[in-house]
Write a protein that binds this ligand. Structure first.
Ligand code: ADP
Length: 516
């Protein structure tokens, strides 16, 4: 009788200790989140958390060398050692109405879903986390030492992790370092299941200090021009332009990838001008930078700055550069530069002030170590202001496509067999001859020709489709006519190259203003 009373008492105490531990973990987590929100500048969210906990989270501080990121890193190492792969912690929720809950769709819910509590770290399994019971508790600050000692030895409490990092996390670190490739693979794999995973998560504007209310409003406007989704243009999607691609990589991509190489005399160019006839791939190059670089990418149309913000353009430029610094590393892409920086005199006072502001900001960039690059594009470089040109140290001619590039474009856009909307489109084309005949055509001209040629057989079946819709619902079998070289010739005869006559002017300008 006495024995069973004893065992019941022990069980009861164990349960109580368990509940207390869970409560402690929850509290620790909230405090870590609070610190993270503050650190990242999510002030409004931090304030809300503070209010909802009646100021509870504010009463504590996180021990030295601890933060949420580190806790997650430790968890990832643990997971890697246990399962030989890194955990997938989050995934996109299905849109309301989609009804794609994982349970319904039959997809297995990840065991590491963020909604589940982090598992207790086993002391034997966790590589770098050899929890030293006494040491763990001895390094605590006021908050931690106020906790019952035995509670600190369990789960992901702040103090134990602190002692682990301060102490021997060598194995853990080794696992992380030697397996960085594995991590990248895992991340990529995770991302590929959810293409939005890599979406840019911007720092909050509330952390954008030193700005008046008006400036903050302008910042919010400019933030709309930041690419949050990758534009998904890879280098290999850009046909030809090998020199331009190499130079852009050297000027913008590599300094971010290998910053240690770009110091002193090799310090990166701050301003780069892509110039050339319209439709030759300047915007594509900028989009490839945005895709490959993972910098915060500001896609700004210069003409919209002027037209929409006549009065405020100068302030807008100032906020643009401040915001780029705030979100650094950043790339500012200013398209149609000539519309803001032309050398024509007698303009509007506001426009003159804006030009001056742009020049001042570029000087600021050149002097700073901030990773902010200005990528400008112009179809009319001879119209550009000389002061601006001097600051765009690197100038790259994006020329009309060569014969080989034209051939590659036609065969890429009109291959012998392709499918559109489930319908097969066949072509029989003499690519080499057509490429020769399209001398002087820009990439976008060639795309237009290809599109128009592909449209011809499709047009012929519209009538049949339209009359059929009134009848029965079965689609008739559709057989498109083959697109031939004659079809393309016919289209070419009606399409004039948009920039052939300009090319001489570009090469002359290149000779005069060529950068190294
Ligand atoms: P711009 O030089 O005027 O900025 P874009 O980069 O916007 O020209 O190109 C317009 C379109 O022309 C692109 O969306 C693409 O379809 C096509 N294009 C032009 N040049 C190339 C190229 N080198 N490779 C692939 N597509 C190209």
């Amino acid at each position: 009788m006495e024995l069973s009373y004893q065992s019941m008492k022990i069980a009861h105490q164990a349960r109580e200790a368990d509940e207390l531990r869970t409560e402690m973990r929850r509290k620790n987590l909230l405090i870590l989140i609070y610190q993270e929100l503050l650190g990242q500048g999510y002030m409004a969210a931090a304030l809300a958390l503070d209010q909802e906990t009646n100021g509870g989270v504010r009463k504590f501080e996180v021990c030295d060398n601890i933060d949420l990121n580190m806790v997650l890193t430790e968890y990832e190492s643990y997971h890697y050692v246990k399962f030989q792969k890194y955990p997938k912690l989050i995934r996109r929720k299905s849109e309301p109405g989609q009804g794609q809950s994982s349970a319904k769709s039959g997809t297995k819910k990840s065991p590491c879903s963020s909604v589940k509590p982090l598992p207790k770290i086993s002391q034997t399994l966790q590589p770098g986390n050899s929890v030293k019971k006494t040491a763990a508790t001895s390094h605590t600050n006021e908050h931690c030492s106020a906790l019952p000692t035995e509670l600190l030895e369990f789960g992901l409490n702040v103090s134990s992790i602190r002692s682990e990092t301060a102490g021997e996390t060598a194995i853990g670190r080794k696992v992380q370092m030697s397996d960085s490739k594995g991590l990248i693979n895992d991340i990529v794999k995770g991302a590929s299941c959810d293409s939005d995973y890599m979406e840019k998560l911007l720092k909050p504007l509330s952390g954008f200090y030193g700005m008046s209310g008006e400036m903050r409003e302008l910042a919010a406007i400019i933030s709309k021009d930041i690419y949050l989704h990758s534009p998904d243009v890879r280098w290999e999607d850009i046909i030809g332009l090998e020199d331009a691609k190499r130079l852009v990589k050297e000027a913008v991509v590599y300094p971010i990838k290998y910053p240690q190489l770009f110091t002193g005399i090799l310090s990166p160019w701050k301003g780069l001008l892509l110039y050339g006839p319209p439709g030759t791939g300047k915007t594509l190059l900028a989009k490839a930078v945005a895709t490959e670089c993972k910098t915060t990418f500001f896609n700004i149309s210069a003409s919209s700055i002027v037209s929409k913000w006549r009065g405020d353009s100068e302030k807008l430029v100032r906020v643009l550069f401040e915001l780029a610094r705030y979100h650094a590393p950043s790339t500012i892409f200013l398209d149609e530069l000539e519309s803001v920086m032309s050398q024509r005199g007698g303009e509007h006072e506001g426009s003159r002030r804006m030009k001056t502001e742009l020049l001042v900001r570029m000087d600021g960039l050149a002097k700073s170590n901030d990773l902010v690059f200005l990528l400008a594009a112009s179809n009319l470089p001879w119209e550009l202001d000389h002061a601006m040109l001097r600051r765009l140290e690197k100038r790259i001619l994006v020329s009309l496509p060569s014969s080989t590039a034209r051939q590659a474009m036609i065969s890429d856009w009109l291959p012998p067999l392709s499918t559109t909307g489930g319908v097969e489109l066949r072509t029989e084309l003499d690519y080499e001859t057509l490429a020769k005949e399209m001398d002087g055509y820009s990439g976008s001209d060639i795309r237009l020709v290809c599109k128009e040629a592909a449209m011809r057989p499709v047009r012929k079946i519209f009538d049949a489709l339209e009359s059929h819709l009134d009848g029965d619902s079965n689609m008739p079998a559709i057989q498109l006519e083959t697109v031939t070289t004659a079809d393309l010739r016919e289209v070419i005869s009606h399409t004039k190259p948009s920039a052939r006559n300009l090319m001489d002017r570009f090469t002359a300008w290149e000779r005069e203003y060529m950068s190294v």
